[in-house]
Design a protein around this ligand. Structure first.
Ligand code: MN
Length: 262
């Protein structure tokens, strides 16, 4: 028997015995789930819409189904490199062309929930991450960096988007943090509970939206509107995040799962 087969046999047993647990990291797609709001001069992201075609009635006596529509970036969703202009010319930059190997990857959870509760504009920096590594150990390559903010607990309240007259206020990384994670820690991407991988005020950063600009310009991915990152260990979880296979898709809503030791 090949070694890989043995690993999967053990994994299957662990899943059935729940010594490996599956955590749902997705919010429910519904018409009231908020979407990012851009400055008014730009095109706007569409919320989830569902139209019932039949529900065991004259339009379909034995079946229930719906037509649905949304933006690629509605709800819990995946950002592909082509989402940003910096990633427009790199290979395999749309969802249908990303190597599927990248849809299953380990995660490191960096907890900034306390800082974010005190300051909704909290920015994680390279300096913060270097301090964090002194306590927790070095961030390994090819990991999702999961920013735990507990922001998902604000879904259903105005504090989730936290829109003020000067735009949204939510935590995120600064340029130094993203450059560190991409160039010095070779992350696969950034996974967040907020509406975008960038902080709410990041339109005014230099460069604007540094997470989008630097992640996607270097072939890395984004996961947004996640939940339950507080249920993951700092190290040792596996995230399964496979977007819909949309031709030339810049991103996709998806069901994100995490495997954790039970
Ligand atoms: Mn997005």
């Amino acid at each position: 028997m090949k070694e890989s087969t043995k690993i999967l046999t053990k994994l299957a047993q662990a899943i059935s015995e729940e010594t490996v647990k599956i955590i749902d990291l997705s919010n429910t797609l519904s018409s009231d789930f908020p979407v990012i709001i851009l400055p008014p001069e730009f095109g706007q992201c569409e919320q989830f819409k569902m139209e019932t075609l039949s529900e065991y009635d004259e339009n379909g006596p034995a079946w229930y189904w719906n037509n649905i529509s949304m933006n690629e970036h509605t709800g819990t969703h995946f950002d592909a490199p082509a989402h940003w202009i910096t990633g427009k010319d790199i290979p395999n930059n749309t969802v249908e062309s990303i190597p599927v190997q990248n849809f299953v990857a380990p995660a490191v959870v960096v907890d900034i929930s306390k800082e974010s509760a005190i300051n909704p504009d909290f920015l994680i920096t390279k300096e913060f991450l270097l301090e964090w590594e002194k306590t927790h150990g070095e961030i390994p390559p090819k990991n999702w960096i999961a920013l735990r903010t507990d922001w998902y607990k604000l879904v259903g309240t105005e504090k989730y988007l936290n829109m003020q007259k000067d735009g949204a206020h939510s935590p995120g990384p600064d340029k130094s943090a993203i450059e560190f994670l991409v160039f010095e820690r070779d992350c696969i991407g950034l996974a967040v509970e907020t509406i975008g991988t960038d902080a709410g005020q990041a339109f005014d950063f230099d460069p604007p939206l540094p997470a989008h600009s630097i992640l996607h310009g270097n072939g890395r991915y984004g996961l947004q509107c996640l939940k339950n990152l507080d249920k993951l260990p700092t190290f040792g979880s596996i995230i399964i995040a496979n977007p819909l296979k949309i031709e030339k898709g810049s991103g996709s809503p998806l069901r994100v799962l995490a495997l954790v030791d039970g």
